[in-house]
Design a protein around this ligand. Sequence first.
Ligand code: ZN
Length: 414
Amino acid sequence: MKQLTDKEKYDLKRKLEELKACKGQHTELISLYIPPTRQISDVMAYLRNEYSESSNIKSKTTRKNVLSAIESIMSRLRYFKTPPPNGLAVFVGHKNIGSDQTEMVAYLIEPPLPITTFLYRCDSSFYLEPLEEMLAEDEIYGLFLIDRRECTIGVLRGKRVEILSHLTSRVPGKHGRGGQSQRRFERLTEIAAHEWFVECGEKISNIFLKEKNLKGIFVGGPGPTKQYFVDSNYLHHEIQKKIIAVLDTGYTDESGIRELVSAASEVMSNLKIAKEKNIVKRFLQEVTNKNKSRAVYGEEEVRKALNMGAVDTLLLSEDLRNYRISFKCPACGYTMEKTVEESKLEKFEPPNCPKCENPTQMVMEEKKDLIDELSELAEETGAKVELISRDSDEGDALYRAFGGIAGILRYNIE
Ligand code: ZN
């Protein structure tokens, strides 16, 4: 199956966030999935049938809303001779906007992967599972850390690390307590250690056997115990053969998992998380390079550098939730742009025109996701765009310390 690009994933993720936020007052939101092989005329016939069935809905408002949603879908589908290459997902209905008010919304989405099954559903929320499945991560690696005291099990999904289980042992320390015979103590310790390894082996195997598409496993921990554990067949054979590398970490807890991911990134530089870490590291190196730094950050600086065509790589945090809005003055025609955070959008008022003497409020012309807007600007000027998650420490630093917008330059521009 085709791998989605970061941008395709981001676009779909944002669309799903919007769709998920739509709630109907009753079962009046329609979701329609059309596979590329389905004839539009078939879909129209299906909708005509749904239309006549929906005329029987008892509640007057619900009936009115459902019928108008179906009409709206049919009028939109008239523009298609055939479905787009990957099919079409349609979401139409009256969403709740508070105080008993509703607003009609309509989304037509050409998904990045083909729709496989025709589906029509009318419910109080949109049915999104087929699109969500397209976002499912296919680069999955198992992670575990083990020594005689602790075992932490996690998984790396693309760039995201999840901790799945943490076990602690009752294996006594190496040194005997006074009064006990040393030999007897050692024997009991070895029995306890064996039981501990059996317990861990079963837990690790059970967890990883449930993970479909597990590409490989990285093992970590301090000292020689981890290698002993791996060599002594405590793991299920299917799991055993997926081990890629046994690596040293200082810890066996959650922070050890982060160490293990860093160590794994060095071994396998084609891991998604490794690529992301390396790009941000390159940027951070440039930031600390006092002499002719080739780093810029912050929206204004980056925009300036993009407009100069000086940016080699644009780094954007996937968690940015901002819009670029353009305004026009109705009196003098002056236009300007402004970036507004998503959370402040609802209460946002367009500014007064700075050119007109009498206070004249400007009118909103266009609203664009900031990531889309900056990506387009980058493409026009030949800069590469990298969407950076906050899953790695480096990605988190980009978001927190640099506002999630940064660039590596082709040359120093001071
Ligand atoms: Zn004006």
